[in-house]
Design a protein around this ligand. Structure first.
Ligand code: ADP
Ligand code: MG
Length: 708
């Protein structure tokens, strides 16, 4: 596995702030008491018996019943590691994998990373001593590439299966074969109450076991009218609850859509409450308020801040937790009595026909709404305020959420399956099959990128690409860059593309931060601008104060630096050289073009572009460095096509049409333009690159015929 780099050993960034946690340290007796009080403890021997008797089992239990933290320990205590094999437990979310591993290491009185460890993409905190390994489902999926029967595990817990994350779904399909080859391997699938019989049927009527619950009634209160502004509605409700109920009556959990909304919500709650407190108690600053604590939680939040939600506050303080759907089932927060549910979540939905990801605030499903409400009834009777009408619950919400596999790009998955020698991906045992069009588009994309040959088999290039924990196009530009002498630079670019937003744009200082961002612009390319940011940060000794001054997210940069080190190791292992192109940045743009030629657009008017393959009208995202050029360039390739308010190309690089022609020869045709005055001045000189319909059609037919 990949190890953490030295550069990241900056404790403050990666590890919980232990000094301030010390005071909350539970004693050994406390830990034992807590473990024994969990619902799963009462059925411990029954469960172990069933696991011994069955190869696959489905365990259902309310959130907080102890599935994630206890099952692995029970298996360990029962001797599942005696022959040196591991117990693995997968999580759909990175945050959950880290926080649960930490918790279990505490319960077992071992150092995190020793007997109990975790592994998430680009961060491996395990050692040769590790016996219980928490990891994201993506990590286990990649491990199947190295060992397709997963020999090192005696038992694997697929946790949070009801979430139906893409990787969990694919893993379950893969296990169908693995189980036949490894009759000694145990698989435990755990799920919240929703949808569990589906898993049982998938594994030939595997037994279902329900952990007897311990929940209290939750009163559900709907809004009479749909709110105009859900942030405002949530704030109003929160303030009302906080001011009208005794502090010790319980904590408040608000379900919001994403980071931005969460931060706004926290800010507005502070503001509103401060106004009240100023009048009531004559204080002047929020920090003087000592009867509440407002805690945001979303996956991009650093771990040591996240761990604050588990700390018990004293009875004179109320916790107000503002979370994404991460708090629905994967993290249990004690003491919640009031739930405020916006009924919304931020969802990315992929349209395979045009390769467009839409990121939109979408109503959640009824099953999720019920999960959210349930969070109020763990320690006593609770109240759930739904910020939507009962009609909206009945009419606008699906009963169950649509699984990720049916709404996402599958290029990565298809490449992985091909690497696992699944020759016909359409016949793979999917628990719910993805849309046919998505599979076909992925096959086409991989074929046009040279990962698959005309028969749909993995090419040597495809095999190399699959070795990187990256999306196929990014693996490809890394490989191509090595041949072209700019792998040092491309490594930086790919790493910078693998982290959340590096530019910080606080609401109240937008103009200032936009100006700061523009100072990093390389007008030909957003990719090169990212390279520039990293380079300058490195020249400033990776300083955090420098980041702050220039409106850069220090944590994102540290993570990019970390990822860079990890990827360099992968490259080294594969014997790929790290070479710098020095000041020649055109070669870098050319390499980007090679990997992204299927994602190209041509200018079609003032500020407008037309997608070369689909003919769709698109625009360059307003934050792009390309607006720094006098004129927008005639041809561009892009990293992502994202629909928010419009169809935007995000992270764009201007390219020479001849590069496009060379690398996209399977897709495009070049035509000599008329040399008379009709010639569109915006096309490149005398030439025009266009999607060759016939060529495209023929090639698509060929690809489909051969690939399936
Ligand atoms: P389940 O997986 O069934 O939802 P868990 O095993 O996650 O249940 O949780 C069991 C108990 O452990 C819960 O009461 C929860 O509050 C507690 N717990 C889980 N993670 C942590 C943590 N990081 N710190 C403190 N307590 C935790
Ligand atoms: Mg759990």
């Amino acid at each position: 596995g990949i190890k953490k780099s030295d550069a990241s050993r900056n404790k403050a960034d990666h590890e919980p702030d232990t000094s301030s946690e010390e005071k909350d340290q539970e004693t050994t007796e406390d830990v034992e008491e807590t473990r024994k009080s969990l619902p799963v403890y009462k059925v411990r021997s029954q469960l172990l018996q069933l696991i011994r008797e069955n190869q696959v089992m489905i365990i259902i239990g309310e959130t907080g019943s102890g599935k994630t933290t206890q099952l692995a320990q029970y298996l360990y205590e029962d001797g599942f590691c005696n022959d040196g094999r591991l117990i693995g437990c997968t999580q759909p979310r990175r945050v959950a994998a880290m926080s649960v591993a930490k918790r279990v290491s505490t319960e077992m009185h071992v150092e995190l990373g020793q007997e109990v460890g975790y592994s998430i993409r680009f961060e491996d905190l395990t050692s040769p001593n590790t016996l219980i390994k928490y990891m994201t489902d993506g990590i286990l999926l990649r491990e199947t590439l190295l060992d397709d029967t997963l020999e090192k595990y005696s038992c694997i817990i697929i946790d949070e299966a009801h979430e139906r994350s893409l990787n969990t779904d694919v893993l379950m399909g893969i296990f169908k074969t693995v189980l036949k080859k490894r009759t000694d391997l145990k698989i435990i699938i755990t799920s919240a109450t929703m949808n569990a019989s589906k898993f049982s049927n998938f594994f030939g009527k595997a037994p279902l076991f329900t952990i007897p619950g311990r929940t209290f009634p939750v009163q559900v209160i709907y809004s009479k009218f749909p709110p105009e502004d859900y942030v405002e509605a949530a704030v109003t409700e929160t303030v009302k609850i906080h001011l009208s109920t005794p502090i010790d009556s319980g904590d408040i959990l608000i379900f919001m859509t994403g980071q931005e909304d969460i931060e706004t919500t926290c800010d507005v709650i502070k503001e509103k409450l401060l106004q009240v407190y100023i009048k009531k108690y004559g204080i002047s600053k929020f920090s003087e308020i000592n009867d509440l604590e407002i805690l945001p939680i979303y996956s991009a939040l650093p771990a040591h801040i996240q761990s604050r939600i588990f700390r018990s506050t004293d009875n004179n303080k109320r916790k107000i937790v503002v979370a994404t759907n991460i708090a629905e089932t994967s993290l249990t927060i004690a003491g919640i009595r009031y739930v405020i549910d916006t009924g919304l979540s931020k969802l990315k939905v992929y349209n395979p026909k045009i390769g467009l990801d839409s990121l939109a605030i979408t109503p959640i499903a009824q099953a999720n709404a019920n999960q959210r409400s349930g969070r109020a009834g763990r320690t006593g009777p609770g109240i759930a305020y739904r910020l939507y009408t009962e009609e909206s619950f009945d009419d606008d919400m699906y009963v169950q959420a649509i699984p990720e596999i049916q709404r996402t790009n599958l290029s990565n998955t298809v490449l992985l399956l091909k690497s696992l020698s699944v020759s016909d991906v359409l016949k793979f045992p999917f628990i719910d099959p993805p849309p046919l069009q998505t599979l076909l588009t992925s096959l086409y994309e991989l074929w046009s990128n040279g990962a698959l040959d005309n028969k749909g088999c993995l090419t040597p290039l495809g095999k190399e690409m699959a070795k990187f924990p990256l999306q196929p196009s990014l693996s490809k530009i890394l490989l191509v860059s090595a041949q072209n002498g700019c792998s040092e630079e491309m490594l930086t670019i790919v790493s910078m593309l693998s982290v959340p937003q590096v530019f910080h744009r606080p609401n109240e200082r937008q103009e200032e931060s936009d100006l700061a961002r523009s100072r990093f612009f390389i007008p030909e390319s957003d990719h090169l601008s990212l390279l520039n940011v990293y380079g300058q940060w490195r020249n400033n000794n990776f300083s955090s104060s420098w980041c702050k001054k220039h409106f850069l997210q220090y944590k994102s940069l540290v993570r990019a630096h970390d990822i860079r080190t990890q990827l360099a190791t992968v490259m080294e292992k594969q014997g790929i050289q790290l070479v710098s192109s020095g000041s020649d940045w055109n070669i870098i743009r050319k390499c980007i073009c090679v990997g992204f030629s299927h994602q190209a657009a041509k200018i079609s008017g003032l500020g407008k572009y037309i997608h070369l393959r689909t003919g769709m009208d698109v625009q360059i995202h307003p934050t792009s460095a390309l607006f720094g050029l006098g004129d927008l360039p005639p041809y561009v390739v892009y990293h992502e096509l994202l629909m928010t308010s419009k169809e935007y190309l995000c992270c764009v690089t201007s390219v020479d049409p001849f590069w496009l022609m060379e690398s996209g020869f399977l897709l495009y045709d070049i035509r000599r333009m008329k040399t008379d005055k009709e010639m569109n001045p915006r096309t490149y000189g005398e030439y025009d690159i266009r999607d060759d319909d016939q060529k495209g059609e023929d090639n698509l037919d060929l690809a489909i015929k051969n690939c399936i």
